[in-house]
Ligand binder design. Sequence first.
Ligand code: MG
Length: 270
Amino acid sequence: MTPGAGTGSGSLPPALREALERLAALPRPLVVLDFDGVLAPLVDDRDAARPLERSSAALAALAALDGDRAVDLALVSGRPLEPLVRLASPPEGTSLVGSHGAEVRLAGAQESSAPLDEAETALLADVVDRVRAVAGTHAGTDVETKPAGVVLHTRRAALDVASSAQRAVTDGPGRLPGVRAMRGKDVVELAVLDVDKGRSVQALRASTGADAVLYAGDDVTDEHAFAVLDPAAGDVGVHVGDGSTAAAHRVADPEAVADLLEHLLALRSR
Ligand SMILES: [Mg+2]
């Protein structure tokens, strides 16, 4: 098989196909997707991440379904909203959650960033300084600032340098009162607001009045989202890739996510 050709719904485990069938039969399903490693293959240059064409096409077609076939769509990412929108180019009407929930743009609503109070603003400035100091002494690491947090990226660092830098951040500024540390793939993120993808999913569920939620994610930060899903009530959690997970289902890679979206589209269109 040539890369990008896709494998069709046959690549999806039977239990997942059944769960998708149940989801597609509900009046109002909500589809929530992580971006990196799910819609877009992971790449070293974070700015070069792009969704697979098949996934973009399936999302556009899902977004175009209307009436009693309509599906609510949302992207939930650790990235800030601006690069998420720029790189993902989501179809109109997609709800967007950036920075793990610190930035929210619900379909048809105003953008909202959870505002920081004075103490949180001062704490964030201190945390950014400390993380920059760590990056300054660890070659190949870099720092990304967000409205309510800061990220140390270590993907381009040598393995021992990466783990030493991650430790320095987790054990240093990550231990300050009011700071929440999250480790992901080649990243450590420190947030000064209490947000995570699980809370984001619950907020999306409430705002859309969804009957059930499909969530696909590949990283440890997505486990917060899987933890709020209720498979008995029709929710479908899909972990993308290897690694332990609380999700009920697993697929191999973003190509399989494209298969999943195409299959859901076919089920919802008939
Ligand atoms: Mg991801």
